[in-house]
Design a protein around this ligand. Structure first.
Ligand code: ADP
Length: 370
């Protein structure tokens, strides 16, 4: 059996019609980056970012139409966001040494994905990610959190969720849920004391599975808690996930040591907008008298953000209740919703949402200060 030619694949795709316009996907110019190698076929369908879920049935139909051709061994069709500079879809299966894919297939049902990152570990990245996610939910959004910190997953503990996710069909996992957040973490899938040696490709396949093989449903925003640092694994993740933007968490010391700048550069390298910097453990709040001590040179992040041309999203103090509530599986935004810390996180969530909604649904407003 001979493998099909590109022309034959395109002819098969001409039978696939978009129901709204009645036209076929080839005439509509939706097909991009078609690659056919030894019977393995890959292509992308370009669709508006915010309407990816609507196009999922069309993607499946297109895949089936090509699969029905003689000589086809595998088909991989992905939805990508429409863009002037057409991204290339991933290389066909069976072509292990292909160039790294530039395409970032959208995840149907998820409108925006935002990463939370840090230059190094222990700065409160996961604490910020979970409270920011709860802040989005408190602001009325449908939210999920993906714990991509596969070296040290902390979401099961922080959200007080235990047990294992179910799967109805043995392929797609149902997300876990608490406080109105849908959650998936490597921590649910492997025992906490299992040593994990993740190599680049395994990191990616774990992340991709948690992103695409989970029944997230319709989400306005998915928060991805990235592993700390700016190494290859983080860079690959930032490159492969269709991120609307990233939030960088840093402490005052880490700002001084320029770790936060590395995070910033990493996202710039892969063209992901940095939505802002959060300064965590910004100052110390005495649990007894409420006195505020600026043990580290407070305010450095704001100045550094200004210098780097990135928005300063806000500051969170070093406060024992933040640690205790996270460790007890009841983060501060839900534990003390009327408190000052919850207000700060909700405010940051509001600002991040304004920025990404501005990017995806309408041109960003220009703010002119006179
Ligand atoms: P990372 O994800 O950067 O490694 P975590 O969010 O896991 O960091 O935080 C590390 C530890 O610091 C946790 O025990 C957490 O509860 C605590 N922590 C984080 N932020 C604060 C804060 N603002 N005040 C008090 N403790 C904090």
């Amino acid at each position: 059996m001979t493998a099909p030619s590109e022309q034959q694949v395109l002819d098969a795709l001409r039978t696939v019609r978009d129901t709204a316009s009645g036209k076929d996907v080839v005439s509509l110019g939706m097909v991009s980056g078609l690659a056919v190698r030894d019977g393995h076929v890959a292509f992308a369908l370009e669709v508006p970012r915010a309407r990816a879920a609507e196009f999922e049935p069309l993607r499946r139909t297109a895949e089936q139409a090509v699969d029905a051709l003689d000589g086809v061994l595998s088909v991989s069709a992905v939805l990508t966001a429409e863009s002037a500079a057409k991204p290339a879809p991933p290389p066909p299966r069976g072509h292990a040494h292909g160039a790294p894919a530039a395409a970032k297939p959208l995840v149907p049902g998820i409108t925006n994905i935002v990463a939370v990152a840090s230059g190094k570990g222990g700065v409160g990245k996961s604490t910020t990610a979970v409270n920011l996610a709860l802040g989005f939910a408190a602001n009325g959004l449908r939210v999920g959190i993906l714990d991509a910190d596969i070296y040290g997953p902390s979401m099961p503990r922080m959200l007080g969720i235990s047990g294992k996710p179910n799967s109805r069909d043995g392929k797609i996992l149902e997300p876990m849920e608490n406080y109105g957040l849908k959650c998936m973490s490597m921590g649910f899938l492997v025992a906490e004391d299992t040593p994990m040696i993740w190599r680049g490709p395994m990191v990616m396949s774990a992340l991709n599975q948690m992103l695409r093989d989970v029944n997230w449903g319709e989400l306005d925003i998915l928060v991805v808690d990235l592993p700390p640092g700016t190494g290859d694994a983080q860079l690959t993740m930032a490159q492969q996930v269709p991120l609307a933007g990233a939030v960088i968490v840093s402490t005052p010391q880490d700002i001084a040591l320029l770790d936060a700048r590395k995070g910033l550069n990493m996202f710039r390298k892969v063209d992901v907008p940095v939505l802002g910097i959060v300064e965590n453990m910004s100052y110390f709040c005495c649990p007894n008298c409420g006195h505020r001590s600026e043990i580290f040179s407070h305010g450095g992040a704001r100045l550094e953000a200004e210098r780097l041309g990135v928005e300063f999203l806000g500051e969170v103090p070093l406060d024992i209740v933040i640690r205790e509530t996270s460790d007890e599986g009841h983060p501060i935004v839900v534990a003390q919703p009327d408190g000052e810390h919850a207000r700060v996180f909700r405010g940051m969530a509001q600002r991040v949402w304004e920025k990404i909604a501005g990017q995806t649904q309408r041109p960003a407003p220009r703010i002119v200060i006179q």
